[in-house]
Design a protein around this ligand. Sequence first.
Ligand code: FES
Ligand code: FES
Length: 168
Amino acid sequence: MTVTDHSTAPTTVTMTVNGRRVDAHVEPRRTLSDFLRRDCALAGVHVGCEHGVCGACTVTLDGRTARSCCTLAVQADGAEIETVESLANGPELDPLQEAFRRHHGLQCGFCTPGMLLTVRELLAANPDPTDEEIRAGISGNLCRCTGYQFIVDAVRDAAAVLRAGGSR
Ligand code: FES
Ligand code: FES
């Protein structure tokens, strides 16, 4: 008798990734972070703890931030995914990226992709956050390099730019 293990059989998923439709066969256990990095070549999705703690793998899934290391690719079937690669318009940086650059809001850059997507969500919900609210908003994204002050400065500045009509 032949036993087929359907639990590891690849399954078909379709999703929109940074505005582009993607059809793929994936193993049920493949994480969304591995799928995006390896199958979609989106290396801006960083993988740190792989336990949902550090926030390096943050993407947006149907408009809400999500930990892609703790999400299976099959769970994103039919969803709209955005990674940090969606922010810049060719060589033109997004206002958030510009603000991080201006204020030296990154050193090694490992936390930055997840940090930017979290900040984008934060500013969409609260366009004029206090420093305390900024710190609370980014508390799920760990940075080992910056001491956070420059990141807070960058977010405050980006918020002002966006309120003044800078596009995102
Ligand atoms: S790699 Fe996903 S939360 Fe750390
Ligand atoms: S810039 Fe290095 S971890 Fe944040």
